[in-house]
Design a protein around this ligand. Structure first.
Ligand code: ZN
Length: 289
């Protein structure tokens, strides 16, 4: 799984402070894990805040999907040495580089991007009170492949979980979660289906990718209803490797529908079918469903 944080809001503050390492034990349904936070910035009270948000999100994921963190994250930990298992590592740095380029943040919990494991972030993109990207990256312990599906789910779920009363977010944090994904991004002239992961083909279409991926989840939520969507997420989490065809199989198992038509234009090639390109431009539209 390779996940580069999509937003590059960067602060240029340089701090000469010593790194502060915090280790928070977190008791979950499947046992204890450790949340390790290495903070190389001057924002020292960020550690406690990030831990509280992490705890809240993982609790809410466990209760909504019905799948324990330990089970959901097993494929990620499988290839890691024993000493790295059952840990969530967050690293806050003034400037985050990957292969010599400053990218603002990246997710390397599985080790695909080198030996330094963790979720790396700059304080400018995840300040206290603005946890959208932190919540997104933590969600990838549950959802990794295919990217059109996982990127949409982990961006959309914090909002849904907050609305269901499972995740406590104040109004500023809730706005962070709704504002982060540019849902109203204008449709580009070159509009490809998500299954082609066009982020890699053309980086200028990045915001459109996330907008489409989140709104695809809103379509699925509307079509499946709350209990159907929950059971969909559970089956996705429990499938170790998954491609688009596998996702369609799971959808059909939950509800027999013309999913090809519903997802045409969004995920699958072809003209937009059941849902036009401007469907669900605001997250709060699901409040009525
Ligand atoms: Zn992601």
């Amino acid at each position: 799984m390779i996940c580069i944080l999509p937003i590059l809001g960067q602060s240029n503050k340089k701090s000469q402070t010593k790194p502060v390492e915090s280790i928070f034990p977190l008791i979950l349904r499947g046992g204890e894990i450790q949340v390790q936070i290495r903070n190389e910035t001057a924002e020292k009270d960020w550690n406690q805040y990030a831990f509280e948000k992490t705890k809240g999100l993982i609790d809410a994921y466990e209760s909504y999907t019905g799948v324990n963190f330990h089970q959901a994250a097993a494929p990620i930990y499988k290839s890691l040495p024993e000493s790295e298992k059952n840990k969530i590592k967050l690293v806050l740095k003034d400037a985050v580089f990957l292969n010599g380029t400053r990218i603002g943040g990246y997710n390397n919990v599985s080790g695909d991007l080198g030996k330094d494991l963790g979720i790396f972030m700059e304080p400018g993109i995840v300040p206290k009170g603005y946890p959208a990207l932190l919540l997104h990256e933590l969600g990838h312990f549950y959802f990794t492949e295919p990217s059109w599906l996982s990127e949409g789910i982990v961006s959309f779920l914090p909002y849904l979980l907050a609305k269901k009363g499972l995740l406590k977010l104040d109004s500023e944090e809730l706005s962070a979660v709704t504002d982060e994904w540019s849902l109203e991004e204008a449709r580009p002239s070159k509009d490809l289906p998500l299954s082609q992961d066009f982020r890699a083909l053309d980086p200028s279409l990045g915001l459109w990718f996330y907008s489409k991926a989140v709104r695809t989840q809103m379509i699925l939520y509307k079509e499946l209803g709350n209990s159907g969507y929950k059971s969909f997420l559970k089956q996705i989490t429990l499938s170790e490797t998954l491609n688009t065809e596998g996702v369609l199989k799971i959808l059909n198992k939950i509800q027999k529908k013309n999913w090809n038509q519903i997802l045409q234009g969004w995920v699958l090639p072809g003209a937009y079918g059941a849902y036009p390109a401007n469907s669900f431009l605001q997250m709060k539209e699901i409040d009525k469903l």
